[in-house]
Write a protein that binds this ligand. Structure first.
Ligand code: ADP
Length: 489
């Protein structure tokens, strides 16, 4: 949940969607594990509301529920008295993640049960909460929770929540009854000893509605991957709803992290942001004089991403070399969770970071990300697959023209400048292959526009800044979905 527990796009979505629902007059509570790494300063009115017991692995674990407000959203923080969710990061703490989320899934329902809270909809995300629909329909619905219906959003189909029957049993369900093809067995393990369970598959089967985050990713997931069969069986409740961005948090006209504010009608100050970043990072700043309106001849490309294979690592490393070769500048802001990937990028940073055109920053920084989107002429998203992708949407809002691979949500939001079939949609540069030449082709075209057709470039920048990617456009689709499954009085 942005900004207190954000690792990638999921954090933005939880906050953005909750705020959009609140602003439409709905009542919303977010349940979040009380990760030890959360900065409590960012939570308003934090208070302990109750202490209750939630079952785990043969005993009852005393659990604190705190209430607080984050970015205007009421949040319930679940804090077990054991070691779960301790450590300095959201993911990868020193506890068993699978077991901690099984505990969390039950602890949320247990809290609703002991407090007599019955929402119309429980909206769960990803495999981490995939056991909640099972616990709800096979346990709590037979206790006192009658009203809620369950919606599941899948942000990334590659994380399945692999789990043994014994582990699933730790949350109080009989794990062995879920190891069937119709319920939750991981189909790839059928006939193996032991067979495994997938919490994501269980979530799909047991939820009343299943959403993924773009129409194209929906089609892709129905055609490939081992979950395709399950999704096809549940096709009538499966939809693709494009993510929005929170245009209050991502607003270049008011952004507190920027040295100068700008908007679509007053883009001049974007240059100030660019030069501020160039100077701050020690990049050549194109002989810019403050106050000069001369066109800036060196395009700045940014790539802000988790450094994982999904994001097209070989294309990112290639872009670093290629942008330098074609006399552009590039800044990569990324964090790698895998030590080999980190090593590779550290080596690249050592090679390039003393020069005047490339910076590779291996860290997570919300503040820097805002400044880089504002400074950028182009935002690069060369993903191998991309369920939705927010970087291209945020980039556009800040006047950075997207250069993306045509996959998933990128294909739904970025349309090529040179595609004559729908010129009114054109807003970026798109390539299809996963090879370096395909990426070069898109970058070459973007650079040619930028350097050779400054007026057309300005028009593209204006156009992308005017695109409405806010939750205004898509929250309504979620609300329609909630209405379609909820129990009506
Ligand atoms: P994913 O959810 O797969 O990480 P998205 O494009 O949907 O990808 O969302 C990524 C979000 O995380 C964006 O808000 C992006 O700005 C942010 N982000 C990614 N890496 C970093 C980083 N190193 N520092 C700051 N923000 C980052």
């Amino acid at each position: 949940m942005a900004p207190i527990a954000k690792v990638g796009g999921l954090g933005d979505v939880v906050t953005g969607l909750a705020r959009a629902c609140l602003s439409r007059g709905h009542k919303v509570n977010v349940f979040l594990p009380f990760y030890e790494c959360i900065n409590k300063q960012q939570i308003k009115n934090l208070e302990l509301v109750n202490t209750y017991d939630s079952y785990y692995d043969g005993s009852w674990v005393s659990t604190n529920a705190y209430q607080g407000v984050v970015s205007g959203i009421p949040v319930i923080f679940v804090e077990p008295s054991n070691h779960f969710f301790k450590g300095q990061c959201v993911y990868g703490g020193s506890y068993n993640e699978l077991e901690a989320y099984l505990f969390f899934s039950r602890a949320c329902l247990e809290w609703m049960q002991v407090t007599g809270t019955q929402p119309d909809i429980i909206h769960v995300h990803e495999w981490q909460t995939g056991a909640l629909p099972l616990l709800y329909w096979d346990m709590y619905h037979h206790l006192s929770l009658r009203i809620p219906k369950i919606a599941l959003t899948i942000h990334n189909m590659e994380h399945y929540g692999e789990c043994s029957k014994e582990q699933l049993s730790k949350c109080g369900l009989d794990g062995s009854i879920y190891a069937t093809e119709e319920k939750a067995v991981d189909d790839r393990t059928i006939g193996h000893n032991p067979e495994r369970i997938s919490l994501l598959k269980g979530g799909i089967v047991y939820s009343n509605a299943v959403v993924t985050v773009s129409p194209t990713y929906l089609k892709e997931t129905l055609c490939s991957g081992w979950l395709a069969g399950t999704l096809i069986r549940h096709r009538e409740k499966y939809r693709g709803i494009l993510n929005g961005i929170d245009t209050g948090m991502w607003n270049p006209a008011t952004d507190i992290f920027l040295p100068a504010k700008f908007d679509a009608l007053n883009i001049e100050e974007k240059k100030t942001c660019k030069h501020f970043v160039q100077r701050g990072l020690g990049l050549a700043s194109g002989g810019h004089q403050m106050g000069s309106h001369a066109p800036d001849k060196v395009p700045l490309v940014v790539c802000i991403t988790r450094l994982v294979p999904q994001k097209g690592l070989h294309l990112i490393t290639h872009a670093i070399k290629y942008v330098k070769e074609i006399s552009g500048q590039m800044v990569v802001l990324g964090r790698a969770s895998d030590s080999r990937v980190e090593r590779e990028f550290k080596d690249l940073a050592d090679l390039h970071n003393n020069g005047s055109s490339i910076r590779i920053l291996l860290t997570y920084s919300e503040e820097l990300s805002h400044m880089l989107y504002a400074a950028a002429d182009m935002v690069l998203v060369p993903s191998i697959y991309e369920p939705c992708g927010l970087a291209q949407l945020i980039g556009m809002r800040y006047g950075a023209v997207p250069v993306v691979r045509k996959t998933g949500g990128l294909a739904d939001t970025v349309f090529d400048m040179d595609d004559q079939s729908q010129p009114e949609m054109a807003n970026g540069f798109v390539f299809e292959g996963i090879d370096e030449a395909s990426l070069n082709w898109a970058l070459d075209r973007a650079f040619r526009y930028y350097c050779g057709k400054p007026n057309e470039w300005s028009a593209i920048v204006q156009k992308v800044m005017h695109i409405d990617s806010s939750w205004n456009n898509t929250a309504g689709k979620y609300i329609d979905l909630y209405n379609s499954i909820r129990v009506r009085e």
